[in-house]
Design a protein around this ligand. Structure first.
Ligand code: CU
Length: 502
């Protein structure tokens, strides 16, 4: 990874690229393949790369959570990740050091399953994220010094790496689709913070995958993704030949002031006859490569169709295609999220989970995984709880904050068995969905409300559970689940002393 010049929405800035290119590439592989990626850190800051949604069963050392599962990769150093996922679907990779992914260190990871469940003829990624014109080296310190806790406001939003900011003739990302074919779009929200709604004029979206888990098909006009969430949707190109707008719009209400350019547009082009496809080394439906066209006029957004079927993230809306009912739980783990001024930080706003602001050591001695291996208690300031192998735990997350937060657990999926509405307050015995709740790796807790996640801790390791708003992660909304330390030591061995970082 290196610093490169990037002008994705026609405004140029320095950003992080891979192999000299912005944005970093998508990775495509087949189920059963081994992925091996070497990152050489040509940046000025340490880094680490997390594989979001990859379970890393018995390979916690490949999870890529800097300081937690590995020492960060120092400037000039390299690290090779290698693992064989036993799962297919739509995932992504991103820096897990500071707010580096917001500057560009992110990309999609797609694992094809040649034994395909759904019928479609083509597929394409739709990568979505908020885009800042300033580097996070400027934005993050300002945010962490802020007394209000107002997060940085993005200038723009990108759709497949392309946005339109203040231009009169603008670049659009374009996907060409043969008329009457079915295309699978893999929507990936790689945002720092934004909640993004995606739609295609004149077409409906049938959700078939949630965070790598196939679900019973459900059709919507608009799909809403919180940061780090993914959905695959099937789209039938059943409209007349022509160009239809893809729209990706940020929810402006989550920011202290609305973004200047809250919508990215792209072209969904229905054509007669064949379309070019990418050669891929994978056994799967042909991959359509979005191309960038320049010189498109900005078309004013139309008024939202009041009859549109919006997608609502609720445990009762989508259910796993392969029945996967939750096992009974034995443990209740209440977690309360708060923001408050911190005396230790000159009155600046800080995030807390159960009253603890996650504070990694200023100079990490060793990764937390090494603490577990050496049987040394984790450093003070690390909010952690230890679980037995296969312990089934209900996290009752109470969001005592007027904002919505997407929570992600490393190394596991969870059953989303309950989700309160906005302003419901703490959980008060509402019925839970124990029949066919959706299974995923990132779920939203509504503003001033609650969320119940059921987890079977079946993966020995040290796993982050955190808000995926990257600003909030850096502001302390992280805790650590330690699963069966004995099994970690059994597999990785116990060193004679704590293995310190180089
Ligand atoms: Cu958050």
């Amino acid at each position: 990874m290196d610093l490169v010049q990037a002008c994705p929405d026609t405004v140029c800035r320095q950003a992080i690229g891979c192999n000299g290119v912005f944005p970093c590439p998508a990775i495509y592989m087949n189920l059963g393949d081994t992925l091996t990626v070497t990152f050489t850190n040509n940046l000025l800051q340490p880094t680490s790369v997390h594989w979001h949604g990859i379970l890393q069963l018995n390979s916690v050392e490949m999870d890529g959570a800097g300081i937690i599962t590995q020492c960060e990769i120092k400037p000039g150093a390299s690290f090779t990740y290698t693992f064989t996922p036993a799962q297919s679907g739509t995932y992504w990779y991103h820096s897990h050091s500071s707010t580096q992914y917001v500057d560009g260190l992110r990309g999609s990871l797609v694992i094809f399953n040649p034994a395909n469940t759904f019928v479609y003829q083509y597929q394409s990624l739709v990568e979505l994220y908020d885009w800042y014109h300033s580097p996070t080296s400027v934005l993050l310190p300002a945010y962490l010094a802020s007394l209000t806790g107002d997060e940085p406001v993005p200038e723009s939003i990108l759709l497949n790496g392309v946005g339109q900011f203040g231009c009169t003739t603008c670049p659009y990302s374009q996907i060409q689709v043969p008329q009457n074919s079915v295309i699978r779009l893999r929507l990936v929200n790689q945002a720092a913070m934004a909640i993004i709604s995606f739609s295609i004029d004149g077409h409906q979206l049938t959700v078939i995958e949630v965070d790598g888990v196939e679900v019973n098909p459900a059709t919507f006009d608009v799909v809403r993704l919180n940061a780090a969430q993914r959905y695959s949707v099937l789209v039938t190109a059943n409209q007349p030949v022509g160009t239809y707008l893809m729209r990706a719009e940020m929810d402006p209400t989550v920011f202290a002031s609305p973004p200047v350019n809250p919508m990215a547009l792209g072209n969904f082009v229905v054509v007669a006859g064949n379309v070019p496809v990418s050669p891929t080394p994978v056994v799967t439906q042909p991959l359509l490569t979005p191309v960038v066209l320049s010189g498109n006029p900005i078309i004013p957004p139309t008024i939202t169709n009041p009859l549109a079927i919006p997608f609502i993230e609720s445990p009762t809306v989508l259910s796993p295609l392969v029945p996967n009912p939750p096992p009974p739980s034995t443990t209740t783990y209440p977690v309360e999220l708060t923001f408050a001024p911190s005396i230790l930080h000159a009155g600046a706003n800080r995030g807390f989970l159960n009253g603890i602001h996650f504070t990694p050591p200023v100079t990490p001695v060793a990764s937390f995984l090494e603490y577990i291996r050496a049987n040394v208690p984790l450093p003070i300031g690390v909010n952690s709880r230890t679980f037995n192998l296969n312990e089934v735990v209900d996290i009752y997350l109470f969001n005592n904050d007027p904002g919505e937060h997407p929570f992600h657990l490393h190394g596991h999926t969870f059953w989303v068995i309950g989700m309160g509405n906005i302003d419901d307050g703490p959980y008060q015995g509402q019925p839970l969905n124990l029949v066919a709740p959706v299974v995923r790796d990132t779920a939203s807790v509504n503003a001033n409300s609650w969320l119940v996640l059921r987890i079977r801790f079946n993966n020995p390791g040290v796993w982050a559970f955190h808000c995926h708003i990257d600003w909030h992660l850096e502001n302390g909304l992280l805790l650590v689940a330690v699963v069966s330390p004995r099994d970690v030591r059994r597999r990785l061995g116990t060193p004679p002393a704590l293995q310190v970082c180089p």
